[in-house]
Ligand binder design. Structure first.
Ligand SMILES: *[C@@H]1O[C@H](CO)[C@@H](O)[C@H](O)[C@H]1NC(C)=O
Ligand SMILES: *[C@@H]1O[C@H](CO)[C@@H](O)[C@H](O)[C@H]1NC(C)=O
Ligand SMILES: *[C@@H]1O[C@H](CO)[C@@H](O)[C@H](O)[C@H]1NC(C)=O
Ligand SMILES: *[C@@H]1O[C@H](CO)[C@@H](O)[C@H](O)[C@H]1NC(C)=O
Length: 403
């Protein structure tokens, strides 16, 4: 544990210097930009206008790629470079000419201006906690989306996938930090120099930037519509990045299965009003986020049957009255890396997110505030008692009957 921490801190120092340089560069760039824009227009108005008014400093426009370039990057879309397939189609890992590693999504589809419009809308939305859409390509009746590549994989892989590379390292605080990253922006600010420097960089680039909450704060707001554990990627520093924001907009009117059928691991993230009426909203994102919290908590897919019950994990959690029984849902691998209070508050927050009634769910900004508070408290309590102190044992006394 301490060796890992030392390694992280060691790496952090190096990265910090780099981040510092980048921040300075960005600052210079923004300064230069605003200066030149001011002199061009003859006014001091420097904010970006129009559909992206909420996003500051879009350094990058959507790029149009040549299919040849993408083909070269993936050795002719070789199966060896195929990393999976999702809603949009096959996903390849590619190495661009300039040395950048990207994730390329490919599907059959006739060229359409709407496709380009959607890319132009989505790609300037950039944030440390969002996987950036770099560009697109439409050729030979194929459509491609090109994203930044996140090496460490999705939270679902780490929790219950075949790789489970972070297994054992995913302590409660890490999971909280990932949850907060996916919800907001800055993870535990006082955790390490690296996080601290990133937090500074974030506030410099866009002071109000957030993850899901960030999407909801845009003008016009962007509903993710496809938030799920598999779409939360983490890099080697446990920085969460939300993937596929707005991807459903490319898919057209794809049917969402009705409420009666057996739910798949994707559908379980959809709020009741989405499954019945296709009514996507910020609150349906909040529901999806709640299911994500449940998976973080249990280390299992929410579709898994609850042991000894005829319900799946989500249904069980939504229906259970006896607070004491929640200890059976908590991932055993968390060991004693959490406090009663922190866990109890986490569960309460999760329960409010998965309320069947959308009005009763909190807004994402409130979820962020709550997670922030829970983390701070958890840090306070565990720091006082010393790192790795066993503060709790799993058992029925864990959750006091008080609700
Ligand atoms: C694509 O596959 C080839 C052959 O296995 C491999 O050499 C190359 O590194 C892969 N490219 C990427 C970007 O992973
Ligand atoms: C967090 O970091 C800031 C800046 O380094 C420091 O001023 C503050 O005291 C720290 N807070 C805690 C609770 O350690
Ligand atoms: C809740 O826990 C109690 C005591 O451990 C047990 O008897 C009961 O069956 C549990 N209820 C459910 C729904 O699991
Ligand atoms: C954490 O500790 C600080 C300093 O003791 C205190 O001001 C703050 O309120 C505590 N936060 C929580 C959430 O308990």
């Amino acid at each position: 544990m301490s060796r890992t921490l030392a390694a992280i801190l060691g790496g952090a120092a190096g990265v910090m210097a780099l981040v510092g340089a980048v921040v300075f560069l960005l600052w210079c760039l923004s300064h230069k930009r605003s200066v030149s824009r001011t002199s061009e227009t003859g006014s001091s108005e420097t904010s970006v206008q129009g559909r992206h008014a909420g996003v500051e400093m879009s350094l990058q426009e959507a790029r149009r790629f040549e299919m040849e370039e993408l083909s070269l990057a993936t050795k002719g879309f070789s199966e060896k470079n195929l990393t999976g397939s999702g809603k949009f189609g096959e996903v390849y890992k590619g190495l661009l000419n300039d040395g950048m590693v990207v994730a390329i999504k490919k599907r059959p589809g006739a060229p359409s201006p709407e496709f380009v419009d959607e890319v132009r809308y989505l790609s300037p939305i950039q944030h440390r906690n969002l996987v950036t859409l770099l560009g697109y390509c439409q050729e030979n009746n194929l459509q491609f989306l090109v994203y930044e590549y996140i090496p460490s994989g999705s939270v679902s892989n780490h929790l219950y996938g075949p790789g489970q590379t972070l297994d054992g390292k995913l302590e409660f605080k890490h999971r909280l930090s990932i949850a907060l990253g996916a919800a907001k922006g800055d993870p535990l600010q006082n955790q390490s120099a690296f996080w601290l420097s990133c937090a500074c960089a974030t506030s410099l680039i866009s002071p109000h930037a957030t993850g899901l909450a960030h999407l909801h704060s845009l003008s016009p707001r962007l509903v993710h519509k496809n938030f799920k554990t598999a779409n939360v990627l983490v890099d080697e520093n446990f920085i969460a990045k939300v993937a596929d924001a707005g991807l459903r907009n490319f898919l057209g009117k794809v049917d969402v299965a009705g409420p009666s059928t057996q739910v798949t691991s994707d559908e379980i993230f959809l709020a009741p009003e989405v499954r019945e009426f296709r009514r996507f909203s910020e609150k349906s994102d909040v529901f999806s986020f709640g299911v994500f919290l449940l998976e973080l908590l249990s280390g299992m897919e929410a579709t898994q049957p609850y042991p000894g019950a005829s319900q799946n994990l989500l249904e069980w959690v939504q229906n259970t009255q006896d607070y004491a029984n929640f200890s059976s849902v908590v991932d055993q691998r968390l060991g004693s890396s959490f406090t009663d209070e922190g866990m109890e508050e986490f569960i309460q927050l999760m329960l409010r997110c998965v309320e069947p009634s959308s009005e009763r769910r909190p807004a994402m900004s409130h979820v962020v505030t709550e997670l922030d508070r829970i983390i701070e408290k958890e840090m306070n309590l565990t720091t006082v008692m010393g790192e790795g102190t066993s503060t709790v044992t799993l058992g029925s006394h864990l959750f006091r009957a008080a609700k």
